[in-house]
Design a protein around this ligand. Sequence first.
Ligand code: APR
Length: 313
Amino acid sequence: MGRPKISVIGAGNVGASAALKLAELALGDVVLVDIVEGMPQGKALDLMEMCPVSGCDLNIIGTNSYDETEGSDIVIITSGIPRKPGMSRDDLVSTNTKIVKQVTEEVVKRSPKSILVLVTNPLDAMVYVAHGVSGFPKERIMGMAGVLDSARFRTFIAMELGVSVENIHAFVLGGHGDDMVPLARYTTVSGVPITELIPKDRIDALIQRTRDGGAEIVKLLKTGSAFYAPAASTVEMVEAILKDKKKILPCCVFTDGAYGIKDTFVGLPVKLGKGGVEEVFQIKLTDDELRQLHVSADHVKELCQRIHELGLL
Ligand code: APR
């Protein structure tokens, strides 16, 4: 049995950081694809030369063509433009829809049995686009957002309480935008809900910082958006699938009735294993949490509608 094959489309900040992490964890052979000539080849060779030091026996190829991606088990799509200061993720919709559409067409021709993990923003709408173009079953298409948003929330809680990030479990559901839904009741420090440990006004402040987490980094970087945490979050999902971990993670998935939401893509807790999205995990939400989740899902639906109105799909 050969090693798993993971293709990463877009060898920019997120793509290259994901490839680095995939190689360090020795999760499989990696194919890095980008339109910029020489860049994916250079980064792949650099990563290959890291392998003797890291002790990973893998093939890492960089290319400007899709032929090398043939037969991939998982394809991570990061191609597209990132935000600049002052932009919302939704502002990227025209450019990135065109890129994700073209990339998905190329990918699915050569890897019809793969699992697609989208990272390009606006995330939920881009998963919708890739789903429409690929025709893949809903189990084999997902987007990375909830793991990242939850990681940001976990970081801020750990900083607030001065405890290990490893003790903190958090659930951030909904779309990857300003109306994401951090669930304080289900966010715990070693099993204890943060609602018992942190005053409400501080929780509200941490939630707001989480919602603005991407923008905070865009403002600091000035020329692009976050990439280390997004890459690590993507690789956590890939690892859960390849190792058939049955790990519960918040991911952007198709919902056909779960949580009362129909026919859209939005962040929900799911079980990830070798089949991809194996189950939507149902947790009890209060009326207010459910309302927030529906507002967020409606926002995704509107953006998907706009994609059609603009004639992009
Ligand atoms: N095919 C392949 N690669 C492409 C294409 C295409 N059609 N169009 C653009 N790319 C490549 C670019 O050449 C670039 O190398 O995608 C890469 C994107 O990398 P960065 O500009 O560094 O952006 P990054 O920070 O990696 O973010 C990528 O992920 O988190 C999201 O919002 C972010 O949408 C953005 C995406």
